[in-house]
Ligand binder design. Structure first.
Ligand code: FES
Ligand code: FES
Length: 156
């Protein structure tokens, strides 16, 4: 497969999950495992341009695919992408455990809907759980990254 623009290969068991291949074989540990049961979204990556929870598919299902992980989100010079910077600027994280998955899901939202409403953001990110932030600042960050006002973020 192509991971963050680089061709990679490996031998895996049929049962090896994509998230485990990324973390254990490729040492791309930015993709987190929060539940392993498709609940938390911490393992979200992009596979062939679609947002995927990497604990829900086997590595062999991504054979030949283009995979994008959080490590591939920064700019070429290593600085944060606009979306990542917005998370930092608007305190869209505390412990940071959910953040890679949040960023990958939010990036897909903005690709599909460049000017989402706050309700759109909350709906799109409902598959990503955060135990720390209360979500308000995550919504602010995504709204800011879309170039929209973040002055008043309503409670869900
Ligand atoms: Fe994949 Fe939680 S680790 S959804
Ligand atoms: Fe801690 Fe979201 S910032 S789980």
């Amino acid at each position: 497969m192509i991971v963050n623009g680089t061709p990679v290969s490996g031998d895996v068991e049929g049962r090896t999950l994509l998230v485990d291949f990324l973390r254990d074989d490729l040492h791309l540990t930015g993709t987190h495992v929060g539940c392993d049961t498709s609940q938390c979204g911490a393992c979200t990556v992009h596979v062939n341009g679609l947002s995927v929870k990497a604990c829900t598919i086997f590595a062999i299902e991504a054979d030949g695919a283009a995979v994008l992980t959080i490590e591939g989100m920064a700019k070429d010079d290593g600085t944060l992408s606009a979306l990542q910077q917005a998370f930092q600027d608007h305190h869209g994280l505390q412990c940071g455990f959910c953040t890679p998955g949040m960023v990958m899901s939010a990036a897909m939202l903005l690709k599909e809907n460049p000017k989402p409403t706050q309700a759109d953001v909350r709906t799109y990110l409902e598959g990503n759980l955060c135990r720390c932030t209360g979500y308000h600042n995550i919504v602010k960050a995504v709204m800011a990254a879309s170039g929209q006002d973040v002055g008043a973020v309503a409670a869900a």
